[in-house]
Design a protein around this ligand. Structure first.
Ligand SMILES: [Zn+2]
Length: 102
């Protein structure tokens, strides 16, 4: 239990909030500094205050919801009028991430 997404319906767009409940010792806080260097094994991973997943949720275009009810027209692919909060699983797809409720 460490990655929680909360979706609340909004007037125009759903609000999607990501929260990492792991502490900064967790593996998800260990990553390379720049996205450009994520491919480069020589670049050392360093510890960060923020979970790597949180950085992707800063940009709605970069995190696609892939649950069974995903909506191609919706923001984040989240269907309208969804109100849900829970643990998520996340898949890194190089220039975006995919997520769904676990
Ligand atoms: Zn995390």
């Amino acid at each position: 239990m460490s990655h929680i997404v909360t979706v609340t319906p909004g007037e125009k767009h759903p609000a999607v909030t990501f929260e990492c409940t792991a502490d900064s010792e967790a593996l998800c806080h260990l990553y390379r500094d720049s996205e450009d260097s994520w491919y480069e094994d020589q670049v050392p991973e360093t510890r960060h205050e923020r979970c790597w997943i949180a950085t992707w949720f800063d940009d709605p275009e970069a995190c696609s919801y892939i649950g069974d009810d995903a909506d191609d027209d919706g923001d984040y692919y989240v269907p309208p009028n969804v109100e849900r909060s829970g643990e998520v699983s996340v898949l890194w797809c190089e220039d975006y991430i995919e997520w769904s409720f676990a």
